[in-house]
Design a binder for this molecule. Structure first.
Ligand SMILES: C[C@@](CO)(OP(=O)(O)O)[C@H](O)COP(=O)(O)OP(=O)(O)OC[C@H]1O[C@@H](n2ccc(N)nc2=O)[C@H](O)[C@@H]1O
Ligand SMILES: Nc1ncnc2c1ncn2[C@@H]1O[C@H](COP(=O)(O)OP(=O)(O)O)[C@@H](O)[C@H]1O
Length: 283
């Protein structure tokens, strides 16, 4: 008998704004950020095993098997649920690593939701999001699957409904370490908290941008080039840079011009993650 297989998407995210309010005693930073998903991402395929083994078949350059967030997520869920089943996993990886579009966190969330389904655990999203938070600050929003205003270190989520434009996303060929940016002495850490929702216009800045642009000329270059066509923004701690357009045709036109010299892609913004749309269709 062939094992039951399931293929699920693992979308990217953008931070439409990101303010840093302060630093906690444990070194983590208090943020306010607006997350939106892209209809663009990796694809994970899962096949059940009955021997308890967790095996990611796809190799990642620079990421050992047991350090991969996919494997970590699967192992934690197996431990905490006491499930005796195992899993074979393959990934079609298209999201750049260290790009600020949350690929690793998204892969972890897709694994949690996929295994919850295949192992028939019946965990609710609150419980999966709490486990996800132990893997990374960005995992809970991918578990919940709705665009959200996030506070705390990113785990206090309020659903939001921003416009869903077409984005041009440029991918400078540098990997930015989140920890490095958050430890830069020049980082703004005292933005005043926003107290009204939805986030009022004029608050779309990313406090990480000055530090990232200063350290990475490739990011500066991408911001300058895209900035000729629309407001160009940094997502998370970078390196990716994005800008919104009202139609796919306009985004495609700008992308065609810029990707002659830079790597990038066009994708639709989405307030409901394509992972959740797919899971919904399975029910
Ligand atoms: C900044 C954001 C915004 O969405 O995105 P990315 O650019 O990484 O995608 C995230 O909050 C990142 O979340 P995530 O990538 O899961 O971070 P983690 O693995 O938890 O943390 C990596 C390191 O960044 C620092 N860190 C992270 C989050 C935070 N709120 N304060 C921090 O100081 C810590 O030094 C931590 O050790
Ligand atoms: N499945 C995974 N996909 C991507 N990165 C992973 C994964 N597992 C572990 N990592 C590690 O996490 C780091 C951050 O990856 P990623 O989430 O893609 O970037 P970002 O948080 O900047 O969006 C990578 O550089 C890599 O070392």
């Amino acid at each position: 008998m062939t094992a039951q297989k399931l293929t699920l998407p693992s979308p990217a995210k953008l931070n439409l704004m990101l303010h840093i309010l302060g630093r906690r005693e444990d070194g983590y930073h208090e943020l306010q950020t607006l997350f939106q998903f892209l209809d663009y991402g990796d694809e994970l395929t899962f096949a059940l095993r009955d021997d308890g083994v967790i095996h990611l078949h796809t190799e990642f350059e620079g990421v050992p098997h047991d350090s991969n967030l996919i494997v970590k997520a699967a192992k934690k869920l197996q431990e905490q649920s006491g499930c005796a089943l195992g899993i074979d996993i393959w990934i079609d990886k298209i999201l750049p690593m260290g790009g600020g579009i949350g690929g690793g966190s998204s892969n972890a969330a897709t694994t949690l939701l996929g295994l919850n389904h295949l192992w028939q655990l019946g965990w609710d999203l609150d419980r999966l999001a709490a486990l996800g938070l132990t893997l990374g600050a960005d995992v809970p929003v991918f578990v919940r699957g709705h665009a959200a205003f996030a506070e705390g270190v990113g785990e206090k989520l309020t659903p939001e409904y921003p416009e869903e434009p077409w984005y041009v996303v440029l991918v400078p060929q540098v990997s930015v370490s989140t920890a490095e940016i958050f430890s830069d002495p020049l980082l703004t850490r005292n933005s005043p908290p926003i107290k009204v929702r939805p986030v009022p216009k004029g608050n779309s800045r990313n406090d990480c941008l000055p530090v990232v642009a200063r350290r990475y000329p490739e990011v500066r270059n991408a911001l300058n080039l895209l900035g000729k066509f629309t407001e160009a923004k940094l997502t998370g701690t970078g390196s990716c840079v994005f800008g919104g357009f009202p139609s796919k045709a306009e985004a495609d036109k700008v992308s065609a011009l810029l990707t002659e010299t830079l790597t990038g892609f066009v994708a639709k913004g989405s307030n409901v993650s394509m992972l959740h749309r797919k899971l919904q269709s399975l029910l």
